[in-house]
Write a protein that binds this ligand. Structure first.
Ligand code: GRF
Length: 193
């Protein structure tokens, strides 16, 4: 089964770009149709444009109510026939209403071995706590931050020489692989249904 994917970003979009390329190179059967950023400074927007993906900046602050914001996102997903939303460094919190409507159709990548180190500054906290392992997790998104059902994880060993930047680099590399692995598995599972 191929998914019609929307990717939501806030920053560089390296995970986004990696998913777009995996689709274009037939590593995945799915297609990325839209990229949504929550701010116009997100570097990923330009990369998505270069790949000829429709891009939209939808800022929460531009709407009077959260319902209006929701409706704008829902309208876009409907019009584009999206059936899977991939969050990739998306920093805005989606409303409960939106998440309820899209339950099990939104996934996220987080740079830690959830349920450990939810939230921000994961690598800094991991290093401060002298952890021996960290990693990354792809999970379904539900109303609590970084708490939805875990789909898959990749463990990464932390070396004594690692600092938050080297760890971030190492984990980001694994994130790219893990996101594709999960999407591939989801494509397969969908076929079996
Ligand atoms: C990644 O580390 C991801 O796990 C986190 O935000 C970062 C986004 O990186 N949620 P990028 O924009 O995909 O390069």
């Amino acid at each position: 089964m191929e998914f019609r994917i929307a990717i939501f970003i806030s920053g560089n979009g390296s995970n986004m770009l990696n998913i777009i390329e995996a689709c274009k190179n037939n590593i995945l059967e799915s297609e990325v149709l839209v990229v949504v950023a929550d701010n116009d400074k997100a570097g990923g927007i330009n990369f998505a444009k270069q790949k000829r993906i429709d891009t939209f900046v939808i800022k929460k602050s531009s709407f009077e109510t959260i319902e209006d914001f929701d409706n704008e996102l829902l309208k876009l997903l409907n019009i584009s026939g999206i059936n899977l939303v991939c969050l990739a460094g998306y920093m805005s919190i989606l409303s409960h209403n939106f998440l309820k409507k899209w339950k099990y159709k939104i996934i996220n990548i987080h740079p830690s071995l959830l349920p450990k180190y939810k939230g921000l500054n994961t690598h800094k906290r991991v290093i401060q706590n002298n952890e021996v392992f960290s990693g990354c997790t792809v999970h379904y998104v539900d109303k609590d931050i970084d708490s939805g059902q875990i789909i898959d994880q990749k463990k990464v060993r932390i070396l004594e020489s690692d600092d938050k930047l080297t760890l971030q680099k190492k984990i980001l590399k694994e994130e790219h692989k893990l996101y594709i692995k999960v999407l591939k598995q989801m494509e397969k599972n969908y076929e079996k249904k």
